[in-house]
Design a protein around this ligand. Structure first.
Ligand code: PMP
Length: 344
């Protein structure tokens, strides 16, 4: 169908080509220009639309997926929503094993989108039979004709961003991007995008955002999995307690860790300053920029692109709930005294 009238065949035609939006206030005291790649503009409201569509279409091309087949995945919510959305349009069953850390809103949304959802305990190791990895694996083995997306260990995850997010950012910045700052979960977004961008200009600096309680930063520095780094944290979708093979650590220059508390306040600050209602990890990515700025990482003329992975509406019962913030003790500490809840 002709696209010039803004008319589309179905919702999947709207995936990708997300806008790059200049940040004007939150970075006004910093050197350089800051542009946010706002992935909430995807129809499923997150960057995960890209990988769901790409991986499913690759499986169709290879003849692995046939109409009526079942698609299985582990997910913190966003990938599940995107797979459920693609499954509806393409006529597949969707089964999702999710972490109990996921917000109730996200789980309800997945069920609304027709997915069958299994909620699995968050704080067990990946090889525990109760973990969402093991549950998904078992369901895959038990369900005839099923496809397991396996986003943490599927190189097509990286490839989806290599073919879409990377070229989009390169074109949108007319090749002038100097830094990419992006969260790392599966690592598909950061490494796929970075791989493409570095092929165009190897000088582009790529900074991954990791959480305290996750192993990614340490692994990047030592190439060893240090289990002492692992402890529970609040941010969903960022960091990991294992090493995802979907991450190409070689295209990432450095990792920076951010806290649950500061990321939460920064997510709120993005809404307040830029009018952009984005998710918790967008707050984490912006928090990383604040820390990098304090280190003097940016100079005049730099063009810094930060990826905001999803929409704020998914966190109404968490970061955007004063009650939740209070329960976490996020309004207590002195360093956030200046941005108390009354301002929201
Ligand atoms: N932010 C959110 C909200 C996510 O759901 C994810 C995916 N787990 C990420 C960031 C990280 O993206 P990626 O998995 O591509 O590293």
């Amino acid at each position: 169908m002709k696209q010039n009238k803004n008319v589309f065949n179905n919702v999947l035609d709207l995936i990708g080509k997300t806008p790059l939006i200049k940040l004007n206030k939150i970075t006004s005291d910093y050197k350089g220009d800051y542009l946010a790649k706002v992935e909430a503009f995807n129809p499923g409201h997150s960057s995960k639309d890209r990988i769901a569509l790409y991986i499913i279409e690759q499986a169709e091309k290879k003849g692995i997926l046939k109409p009526g087949n079942t698609i299985i995945e582990t997910t913190s919510g966003n990938t599940g929503f995107s797979i459920a959305m693609v499954s509806i349009i393409k006529g597949y069953e969707c089964i999702l094993a999710v972490s109990s850390k996921s917000s109730a809103d996200k789980i309800d949304m997945l069920r609304t989108m027709g997915a069958k959802v299994y909620v699995c305990p968050a704080h067990v190791s990946a090889d525990d039979p109760r973990s969402y990895y093991q549950v998904a694996k078992r369901l895959h083995e038990e369900t005839k004709g099923s496809v397991y997306i396996n986003q943490y260990f599927n190189e097509l995850n990286l490839q989806a961003h290599y073919e879409t997010t990377g070229p989009e950012i390169w074109e949108q910045t007319e090749g002038k991007i100097t830094h990419l700052v992006a969260c790392s979960g599966t690592g598909g977004t950061i490494s796929g995008t970075a791989k493409y961008l570095k092929e165009q200009n190897p000088k582009i600096k790529v900074i991954g955002v990791d959480a305290y309680g996750s192993v990614l930063k340490k692994y990047h520095e030592t190439r060893e999995l240090d289990t002492d780094e692992i402890y529970p944290y609040r941010i969903e979708g960022l960091g990991k307690n294992l090493i995802p093979t979907a991450t190409d650590f070689d295209v990432i220059d450095e990792f920076i860790k951010v806290t649950d508390e500061e990321s939460a306040h920064t997510a709120r600050e993005i809404a307040r300053t830029e009018g952009l209602f984005v998710g918790y990890t967008s707050g984490a990515a912006m928090q990383a920029i604040k820390l990098l700025n304090e280190e003097g990482a940016f100079k005049k003329g730099d063009k810094i692109v930060v990826i905001f992975p999803d929409h704020g509406s998914r966190y109404m019962s968490k970061v955007y709930s004063d009650k939740w913030m209070e329960e976490q003790g996020f309004f207590d500490s002195e360093n956030v005294a200046s941005i108390k809840k009354t301002q929201y």
